[in-house]
Design a protein around this ligand. Structure first.
Ligand code: PFF
Length: 455
């Protein structure tokens, strides 16, 4: 077994907050949130999303960080320590480790697209507008397995080299560099969006609470996304929490992380929608909003090539800090439970994820071993299947397990002690435990009922 010294600790609370916010802020904020907000008509969807973050996401985040901090273990070991080594609760930890493999395998492919777009922007591909041009660019990329695999492997290589350096010298140090750079780039983009004629319309779109476009599916999508965006339900926050010391404030930190994550998601909307409206495009463009529509606008605007480079670089950085946490969850299992050295654990898990990502990297191709790789056995591409499984099933199920475990299985005395240790916000305990006991399980069950078509 690894000794506590091998596991490492954060150097400072700020380092932890930046790393955890780095995990939370990723493709989910800058790529996915704006397009699902666009598809759901903005306004009221955004309001519901904010409510889900505050009432469901935040309580689970606090629970995860407390579990990690009190056990000093990653998910599997944490459940073994808090309950019995052979209890079914350990399955929640296993599910978390499995989710890390599944999510990172396709996440890395999308991050690879983003890196490819940095390269294309630098090459000046988005300097002249041609009708249908950006669709063709994306289509070519999607259909080209070699290019997809190249960026996927490169992206994973970078994540591996950061995580291998350890919690303090790798993850924390790089988060301290990448997060301010990413935020600076986002603010530059925001500054440019402020000067656009479509800014007013965008603010209206994002914040006006018209209920016109509200659907039940939209409410549940907002709830499901709150898990993904805060990196909840798979033990990423348990793992990051396990590198805290017992006197570190988990409650204030959780609020800051959630606030940071939400701020960036809203800022991303206030960057993307002014561009969308100024250049006469539809906000409901779906997943192609960032990779097809946005480049059209970049190719029409003065200085667009530079803005495109900045935008896709910031998207790649955001994806990298999230990927570091996904890889850390998988790695920490082998370090904590199998006693492996960090270098071996990172290289083995990183290689497995690279292999697992190959079908996603080849999602746009047909003819692999004579069968269509674009379709998995249930008619979705591998890519969509992995995203669907993780976002709709694995994370909510993990979140439900964590909430029920913390609220109903851990003894009251131990739970109060964990909550109040190291914080001056102990009076929030009452609200937190009630949300975790009742609202969170009901909300997650609603996601499941929706997924199976009952709701
Ligand atoms: N929160 C990340 C995003 O919004 O892109 C995705 C993610 C990272 C999910 C880490 C889960 C996780 F453990």
């Amino acid at each position: 077994m690894a000794t506590p010294q091998d596991r490492g600790h954060w150097g400072s609370r700020l380092g932890f907050i930046l790393a955890a916010a780095g995990s939370a802020i990723g493709l989910g904020n800058i790529w996915k949130f704006p397009y699902i907000a666009g598809e759901n008509g903005g306004g009221i969807f955004v309001f519901i999303y904010l409510t889900c973050i505050a009432l469901v996401g935040l309580p689970i985040m606090i629970a995860e960080i407390l579990i990690g901090r009190s056990t000093q273990k990653s998910p599997v070991g944490a459940f073994k320590t808090l309950y019995k080594p052979d209890s079914p609760w350990v399955g929640v930890g296993w599910l978390g480790v499995a989710s890390a493999f599944v999510i990172l395998s396709f996440y890395s492919v999308v991050a690879g697209w983003s890196m490819h777009y940095v390269y294309l922007s630098l090459k000046g591909v988005f300097t002249v507008y041609e009708p249908g041009g950006t669709e063709a660019v994306f289509g070519q990329l999607f259909a080209n397995p070699k290019v997809n695999i190249f960026w996927h492997v490169l992206f994973m290589g970078v994540a591996i080299s950061v995580v291998i350096a350890g919690v303090h010298k790798g993850v924390e140090r790089w988060s301290e560099i990448l997060m301010p750079v990413m935020l600076g780039m986002l603010l530059v983009m925001f500054g440019s969006a402020l000067t656009m004629s479509g800014f007013q319309e965008a603010v209206q779109f994002v914040f006006s609470p018209s209920t016109e476009n509200l659907t039940r599916a939209g409410v549940l999508e907002a709830l499901g996304h709150s898990f993904f965006t805060l990196s909840l339900g798979m033990g990423a926050m348990i793992t990051y929490g396990s590198y805290l010391r017992s006197k570190d404030d988990a409650i204030k930190s959780s609020f800051l992380i959630a606030l940071f994550d939400t701020g960036v998601a809203l800022l991303a909307c206030l960057v993307l929608f002014p561009i969308t409206f100024t250049y006469g495009m539809e906000p409901s463009a779906g997943p192609g909003l960032v990779f097809v529509n946005l480049p059209i606008a970049f190719s029409k605007m003065p200085g667009g090539s530079m803005l495109a480079t900045i935008f896709f670089a910031l998207l790649s950085f955001a994806a990298l800090t999230s990927a570091m946490s996904l890889l850390e969850v998988a790695t920490a299992y082998f370090i904590d439970e199998r006693g492996w050295r960090r270098s071996k654990a990172v290289l083995v898990t990183g290689s497995i994820i690279i292999l697992l990502g190959l079908p996603s990297a080849m999602s746009g191709t047909t003819g692999f071993f004579g069968t269509g790789m674009s379709e998995s056995f249930i008619g979705m591409s591998w890519f969509e299947l992995f995203d669907y499984l993780a976002s709709n099933w694995m994370l909510p199920l993990g979140g439900l397990g964590i909430a029920i475990f913390m609220a109903w299985r851990v003894g009251e005395k131990a739970r109060v002690a964990a909550f109040t240790a190291g914080t001056t916000w102990g009076r929030l305990y009452f609200g937190w435990i009630h949300l975790l006991r009742y609202l969170v399980p009901i909300a997650v069950l609603a996601v499941f009922l929706h997924a199976i078509g009952v709701l």
